[in-house]
Write a protein that binds this ligand. Structure first.
Ligand code: HEM
Ligand SMILES: *[C@@H]1O[C@H](CO)[C@@H](O)[C@H](O)[C@H]1NC(C)=O
Length: 401
């Protein structure tokens, strides 16, 4: 409590500094990161930028990290986020508005049947992410791909011929082995009790916290679906859609425009394969040029980085390892990696929200992200839940024999 209050106070003190120094230095940080990765930085524009703006940004990052620490620690063991939130407030829904509205989910769901469920999940996620930090983002994405198709029902985890997971659109999804490892221990501790959909939901929350993102309480009671079709995997947005399509897709899942913008903020961490964006770099939409909505120096950087479609590139070009709102600042600077990211800033229905999340302290984004993630995790299709089961292995449905 105490550290959170002083954190809020400090935030007010450093806010003008953060906002002022956030105005410049994006390329410098990108360049720094690129060098950090071991890649050789050759672009003259980048070099120039790097030297012109030597002072501000380093300071920005340093202050930023320093002030964030207490909040992170606080959030890990304190779940009373509403009371403790001292940042600026806009009119947004609170976590309390997002309690599961039906009777399917509840917070104490496993308190008697499997009291260790959450700690087992947390133990495994922590161990795997310590060994390979990139898995955290992958788990978060896996949860989105699960919930985006007939609700959070673990259908993405099924590994049979013709399943969502086997679809071309799912080929860069990762993290399945983490879920399988958790499930194996869970079955020993409390057999046939904890669903794979619940495990994936909690794992993506824990992964977010490990990355420095917010904590939120997860209600439980999801059932695992028995159906998974590769065609359905193509329903999940891939990055080329227009905003109307995205809004409609979110709406069909009970999510609104604010949720769309806030959840896209997950791209503050993680990577894309170059295959997802190369089409923006050359002959975009038959123009013979690169996508005009892409900053040209950033585009040059991407051209160097993306010689192969299988190469990885950070979704957040400036602070790829920090769970922060810099993703939105990148959009203001025409540095959204995916076309859908950048479109959030060119469409009048979403751009004011991008500005709000970019210009407020990062904590404001964290808070809204937790709110929207709770909604994402609560997407359930009643018919799927009615016909659902508790799988004993997350990669296959239970057999009837
Ligand atoms: C607005 C709709 C969205 C679109 C069009 C989209 C698209 C994409 C694409 C194309 C990639 C890169 C895939 C690749 O090339 O390998 C990606 C990665 C990622 N997405 Fe999204 N996404 C969307 C929403 C979300 C949401 C709602 C979340 C989570 C809450 C999310 C979390 C992630 C993460 C964490 C990664 C990085 C994964 C990794 O590093 O393994 N995305 N997304
Ligand atoms: C958005 O994309 C959909 C599907 O491709 C298309 O039917 C629609 O006309 C597009 N809308 C706009 C405003 O471009």
């Amino acid at each position: 409590m105490k550290s959170s209050i002083s954190f809020g106070f400090l935030l007010i003190l450093v806010l003008p500094l953060i906002l002022a120094s956030a105005q410049d230095g994006k390329y410098e940080r990108a360049a720094y990161h690129d060098n950090y990765e071991g890649a050789v930085q050759k672009d003259q524009d980048y070099e120039g930028q790097y030297q012109d703006q030597e002072k501000g940004p380093a300071k920005y990052d340093k202050n930023y990290e320093k002030e964030r620490m207490p909040a992170q620690n606080d959030q890990h063991d304190d779940q009373g986020e509403e009371e403790d939130y001292h940042g600026p407030s806009l009119e947004i829904p609170t976590l309390l508005d997002n309690l599961p509205s039906d009777d399917l989910l509840s917070f104490g769901y496993y308190s008697k049947s499997c009291p260790k469920a959450e700690s087992i999940i947390n133990k495994h996620v922590t161990k795997w992410v310590e060994e390979d930090r990139t898995l955290a983002a992958s788990l978060l994405r896996l949860h989105f791909h699960d919930c985006a198709v007939h609700g959070c029902d673990g259908s993405i985890l099924l590994n049979h011929e013709g399943s969502e997971r086997k679809a071309e659109a799912s080929k860069s999804l990762r993290g399945f082995e983490v879920i399988d490892a958790i499930k194996a221990e869970m079955e020993k501790e409390c057999p046939r009790t904890v669903s794979c959909a619940d495990i994936l939901t909690a794992a993506s929350r824990d992964a977010t916290v490990l990355l420095g993102g917010p904590y939120w309480d997860v209600p439980y009671g999801r059932k695992d679906g028995k159906v998974s079709n590769d065609k359905d995997a193509e329903l999940v947005p891939m990055g080329r859609e227009n905003i109307t399509t995205l809004i409609e897709f979110y709406q069909s899942n009970g999510l609104n425009v604010l949720d769309l913008v806030a959840l896209s903020g997950a791209h503050t961490i993680g990577r894309a394969t170059c295959g997802s964006l190369q089409y923006r770099l050359y002959n975009y939409a038959g123009t013979g040029r690169q996508d005009e909505s892409l900053d040209y120096r950033y585009a040059n950087f991407l051209k160097r980085k993306c010689r192969w479609a299988s190469e990885y590139v950070d979704l957040d070009a400036t602070t790829p390892r920090t769970f922060d709102n810099v993703y939105y600042k990148n959009l203001q600077d025409k540095m959204g990696l995916l076309h859908t990211d950048q479109s959030l800033y060119s469409d009048s229905r979403t751009s004011p929200i991008v500005d709000a999340l970019a210009d407020a302290p990062s904590d404001f984004f964290s808070h809204q992200f937790a709110v929207s993630m709770t909604k994402l995790g609560n997407i359930l299709v009643p018919a799927v839940q009615d016909g659902g089961e508790i799988r004993t292995k997350c990669y296959s449905v239970n057999s009837n024999y």
